[in-house]
Design a protein around this ligand. Structure first.
Ligand SMILES: [Zn+2]
Length: 377
């Protein structure tokens, strides 16, 4: 085992032992600052609303600014007694590192740190490096990476590109990167009628009946095709609640909820317009939420460089994917920064017994090293 590889494992263990369920940081970011300070990294804290956010930056010896983005918070453990090893002990056994955050994503942060620490000691000219870390990725993400991006924009310090260290890989490290994510629109719909006795329908207005035609229309909207590596836009009715429980009462209110995952052929505004169209002439309150903006990094120099780094390190040909839920990459992409998500495998994320093979940490460290050394603005 080479020295840098064991560094990644050591760092992962030390981060995982700092318990940090969202929005807690568990002093992980202080730990990172102490490790990076001797290499010339300066930490700026952008703490908002109880969230711990850090920007670590090191002036480069060559052109360009390359950022790494990640999070120190982790999802809850679930029942601790169900774990084979205590979730915050970071036990290594038979080549496996066990514990919360192993894959998502203290392991990934450790690999980037190990790559940087090793490179800074070689005196090789490096680009300017930024490491952007929040403790609010798994939560509401209201005061997390978005605040970091606001700060960088105000200071005119946005990076030229960013690697997001989320566990993007499927079967082996580097087989999948994410170059975009679908957007999310959610709609709470309240249909208003008038409650009454079912034997006297003339004195009432059935909210369920009101809802049926609009919902049928919404469910049959043609949202268009899959595009550019994205699946087609999908709209699902996820909740439908009405009725008092009594069998002889006409309900005065029906509540439904829509969850829409959209690709770049759609937009929040267009989706809003389509839903409103289906509800014309109906007494309904529509509460639209744009939970996540769609983003897509076009094929080109940056993604090619990332995939070449994976290929030359591992021999793997990478699938440039856009699946999965949302990620903090969207905030950087919205600011115009090319985004590639590249991290460990994701087989046990958010599960009881989250774990990662130690050799994955070594491979990812090698890939990150290659990316940092071959990056050009
Ligand atoms: Zn994550």
């Amino acid at each position: 085992m080479s020295e840098q590889q064991s560094v990644a494992l050591q760092l992962a263990v030390q981060l995982m032992r700092r318990e940090s369920p969202t929005p807690d940081d568990g002093n992980c970011q202080l730990f990172i600052a102490r490790k990076l300070a001797p290499l010339g990294f300066v930490q700026v804290s952008v703490n908002v609303g109880g969230i711990t956010n850090s920007i670590y930056a090191r002036e480069g010896e060559k052109e360009g600014v390359l950022a790494f983005a990640g999070h120190t918070d982790v999802v809850p453990t679930g029942p601790v007694e169900a774990w084979d090893f205590p979730p915050f002990d970071a036990v290594v056994q038979d080549g496996i590192l066990h514990g919360r955050g192993a894959q998502d994503m203290k392991g990934g942060i450790a690999c980037w740190m190990a790559a940087v620490m090793q490179l800074c000691s070689t005196f090789e000219p490096l680009p300017t490096l930024q490491i952007l870390i929040t403790s609010d990725e798994e939560g509401d993400s209201v005061d997390g990476t978005v605040r970091i991006v606001e700060y960088l924009q105000a200071e005119n310090k946005l990076p030229d590109a960013v690697i997001v260290g989320e566990p993007s890989s499927s079967k082996q490290v580097g087989d999948v990167i994410r170059r975009g994510r679908r957007g999310v629109v959610q709609v709470a719909m309240t249909f208003n009628g008038k409650q009454g006795h079912s034997a006297y329908p003339d004195d009432a207005d059935n909210a369920i009946h009101q809802a049926m035609q609009p919902l049928a229309d919404i469910a049959s909207i043609d949202w268009g095709e899959a595009v550019d590596g994205f699946p087609a836009t999908s709209c699902q009715i996820t909740n439908l609640n009405a009725g008092t429980g009594a069998t002889n009462v006409i309900p005065g209110v029906a509540e439904t909820f829509l969850d829409i995952r959209y690709n770049p052929t759609n937009s929040f505004e267009a989706i809003q317009a389509r839903i409103q169209q289906c509800c014309e002439g109906v007494d309904v309150n529509l509460d639209f939420r744009h939970e996540a903006q769609v983003f897509s990094t076009p094929d080109g120099k940056f993604l090619d460089m990332v995939c070449d780094a994976i290929q030359s390190t591992t021999g793997i040909t990478t699938n440039r994917d856009t699946g999965g839920g949302t990620s903090d990459g969207r905030f950087l992409a919205a600011a115009g920064v090319p985004v590639a998500e590249l991290g460990l495998t994701n087989s046990t994320i958010h599960q009881v017994n989250e774990q990662v093979a130690v050799h994955e940490l070594d491979i990812l460290t090698d890939i990150y090293t290659k990316i940092i050394t071959t990056f050009e603005a």
